[in-house]
Design a protein around this ligand. Sequence first.
Ligand code: C5P
Length: 222
Amino acid sequence: SPVAVLAIDGPGGAGKGTVSRLVAERLGWHLLDSGALYRLTAQAALKHGAALDDADALARLAGTLDVAFLAEAGEARVLLEGEDVTRAIRTETMGENASRVAAVPAVREALLARQREFRQAPGLVADGRDMGTVVFPEAPLKIFLTASAEERARRRYRQLQDAGVDASLSSLLEEIQARDARDMQRSVAPLKPAHDAVELDTTELTIPDVVDHILRLIEDRG
Ligand code: C5P
């Protein structure tokens, strides 16, 4: 039988990253952070001097991305062409650049096969925007995680504060709304729930609540 996939989609800041990692750990499954591939494509464009509107150059970079996802001493690291970009790809600017790069159809096409390679036994938790709609449409369980834009901005604000980074709540909210709009309005693989996705609003939920809820859904479908 095919290897199980749990697709977790939703807007940025809904807690997908943390929830996906914890669910994958609890199940002992592999994890695909598909957003990282778009961030890495944007990082590669910066490194090689490709313009963010040069579709051909971006698609070439996406198709030949030399990346490694490492876990050393419990710490996840990401290498691009051997260089540690773990932190570099997590900045607001690189998120913004990633969302521009992600609107290029040829880039999405170039990353399709690479994402599907992550599907390995005993199972895969796939985190992104189009895991359930495009990349793994046959996934037996699809979750669409949301939270209000205000709550997502507050979460991001707290994360940045904890990391000692200065930020303004109102500009974070504006950035989140702009990124949502771009992700939902693009013509290719726009952000939207798959028709058979379970929608979960996390505005009032804690991370452990969400993880438990998803694990129970998997058991029920089991
Ligand atoms: O999830 P993350 O913030 O890392 O994603 C960065 C950007 O990559 C998103 O704003 C979105 O535009 C794009 N993305 C996408 N499809 C995915 C994952 C991310 O278009 N499956």
